[in-house]
Structures are given as C-alpha cells and as structure tokens.
Design a protein around this ligand. Structure first.
Ligand SMILES: [Zn+2]
Length: 357
C-alpha cells in the first residue's frame, strides 16, 4: 500500500508593525483565487484585532495569540499546523492547498523557518513557501534604526512588498528601493499598488529555498554561530529581539460609551504629537456616537491613516453592545497613563464648554 500525502506550502507574511500586512491579506483572501487557503494569524499583545479586520474568522483561520511566533510560542505554531493537517485529513475543514501565516510585526522569519524545518511531523506535512515581507515606505527609516527585526524581515524575504508608496513620495522611494535591493538582492520588490498582490501572496512556486543562502542572508542578524552548531540552530531568535520585546507594552483601552469623534481625534493627535516616536502601533475599532457602523483607525508613529468604515461589527455577538477597543503597542508608555490622558482631555473640554455659556 502506498500512502498518498501532500506537502503543503506555508507562506510566511511578515513586515513591521503597521506596515499593512493585514490589509494586504484581507484584500488577497477575499478573492476567489484564495479559496483553498488556510490562515494562521499571530498577534502580539493581550487583545488581538487583526483577525477581526481580516474578515470573518472561519474554520480555516487559526489564531495564534499572545506571544511572538518566532520565539515565545513556537510550540503553539507546530501544534496549530499539525492540528490543521489532521482536521484537513478528517474532512473537518475544507481541503486547503496552502497555508498563509501572518506573523506579528515584531517577529523575525528565520526562527519560524527553523521551527517548521526542525520538527519531523510538521516538516513531513508542510514545506516553506514564500517569505513575503511588507515594508512601510513612510516609516522604514525609523523602524530600521530602532528595531533589529526590520532588517531580519527584509533579509529573509523572497518577495518584498513596499506599502504606502503614495504617501512616502518619489524621493523617499528612490532611496528605499535600492537600499532594499542591496540588503536582499535575492528578493523581488514590488509596490503594494500593483495588480500582482494576489500572486505575491498565493504563488508558492519558485521559492525552493537555497537553505545555505538563506542562513547566510538571515545570519546577518542572527547571533554568532556557535562552533559545531547545525545551520538550523543558527536561525534562533536573537537576544536583542527578546530584549526588544520585553521593552514593549501592548495594551488595549476599552471605552464604555460611544466616542465623540472630534474629541477622540483631537486626543489621538495630541498623543501622537507628544509620544509618536515611542508609539509603534495604534489600531482600533470604534463605536462613534450617532453612528451604527464601526470605524477602524490605524496609526504608526506620527502617521494616522484615513479611517475605514466597516459595514457591520465583525464577530460581535447580538447580545452585547459593541464597545470601542483601541490597541496600542509602545515603548515606555502604560495603559493607565494613556487612558488617564483621554479622561483628562474630556474633563478639560467640558470645563472649556462651560466658559462659552
Ligand atoms: Zn519573536
């Protein structure tokens, strides 16, 4: 008897916080061509929102929350992939032919590759597909200077997608794109606006890794190779990465009442003005006073993106009123301090209104 089995490619989608991975995936995954795709979403922080923004969570979408998939929850990744494969074999999920793993913006790809290749069960069912790295054209300079993960993501990529090209402008792109090509000559570089976004994510072919080359490229950011260590062991997460994660706060602020939009935007503007350098990411889904549909806000450092209007509250139970949730990932800021600043502003505005009476 011969055992028929397939090896399923895992595409790793990475890119620093706020680079637009979730938006890119949401766009690609709603297309018909992505139907046979299982998705794993890894979020950093106590409350994930990305999975809500990607769309309806279905049987083929697995959430890997609370921890970085490259270092803290490698066991969960293996288990999720093994479970997904057996559910597929039993017909409990549709027969997907590829897996897309969306990592947190802080994860480095090389240790994920080591996790997949280093586990006998996982590597007998899955192969490494493409590594796709989304690079935020507006914030690339600051992210590269402050976070070693940025470089690790760029050097690991098979394909680099430059996002926010329109916001960054031609002069910035003239510097950024040659820099990316220099850092990783093996990668293709496209802009997010191009029509090939779907194939950039979904095409698993043509990326059979030259493993020695991969170790050499990503080894630029890995720790010093130990004498006698296997190539896989050289791909583990670096001490700098672990220290960087430990220095970050990820927290969620919930608001009981529907928000007054002008007050909220004033507060967010002031907050980013004062602390934007240390705010890696803001994302939130908000209930606004007088509106039945939620809006989604995104900000990265000092840049606030235009809000998105959703048709309905994703995943909301009918029994509970939707509440605004704002997730912030920052260095040197606490939830209490940020929440207090909002309440202070509201109080001051009420006092100011009384002056006009
Ligand atoms: Zn990690």
């Amino acid at each position: 008897m011969s055992l028929a089995y397939d090896v399923i490619p895992v595409t790793i989608v990475t890119g620093f916080l706020g680079s637009g991975k979730s938006t890119l995936l949401a766009d690609v995954l709603k297309g018909e061509v992505a139907r046979d795709t299982a998705v794993l979403v890894n979020e950093f922080g106590e409350v994930g929102l990305d999975h809500l923004l990607i769309g309806e969570v279905d049987a083929q979408t697995v959430l890997l929350e609370n921890g970085c998939v490259c270092c803290a929850i490698r066991g969960e990744l293996k288990e999720a992939l093994a479970t997904l494969f057996s559910r597929r074999a039993r017909g409990e999920v549709p027969p997907f032919s590829r897996v897309v793993l969306e990592t947190t913006g802080l994860a480095t790809p090389a240790p994920i590759v080591a996790t997949l290749l280093g586990d006998r069960v996982v590597s007998s069912h899955y192969s490494i597909g493409a590594i796709v790295t989304v690079v935020d054209a507006v914030n690339a300079g600051q992210q590269r200077a402050r976070h070693p993960e940025w470089l690790a993501q760029v050097t690991a990529a098979d394909r680099i997608v430059v996002s926010k090209a329109d916001l960054a402008g031609a002069a910035a792109l003239d510097v950024l794109e040659p820099t990316l090509a220099q850092l990783n000559p093996a990668a293709s570089i496209t802009r997010r606006t191009c029509a090939d976004d779907a194939s950039v994510i979904l095409d698993p072919a043509g990326n059979a890794h030259d493993f020695a080359d991969f170790v050499r490229r990503t080894g630029m950011t890995a720790q010093e190779p130990r004498q006698g260590g296997s190539p896989l062991s050289r791909l583990s997460a670096t001490p700098a990465h672990r220290q960087g994660l430990a220095s970050l706060e990820a927290f969620c602020i919930e608001f009981d009442e529907p928000l007054d939009w002008p007050v909220f935007t004033l507060w967010l503007t002031l907050l980013l003005n004062r602390h934007g350098d240390n705010i890696l990411r803001v994302k939130g889904i908000l209930a606004l006073a007088g509106a039945s549909q939620p809006v989604v806000v995104h900000a990265v450092h000092h840049l606030v993106h235009p809000v998105l209007h959703l048709d309905a509250w994703p995943g909301a139970g009918k029994h509970e009123a939707p509440r605004s949730r704002l997730v912030i990932i920052a260095q040197g800021l606490t939830r209490d301090a940020v929440a207090a600043s909002y309440r202070r502003l509201c109080r001051h505005l009420q006092t100011a209104e009384a002056l006009i009476d």
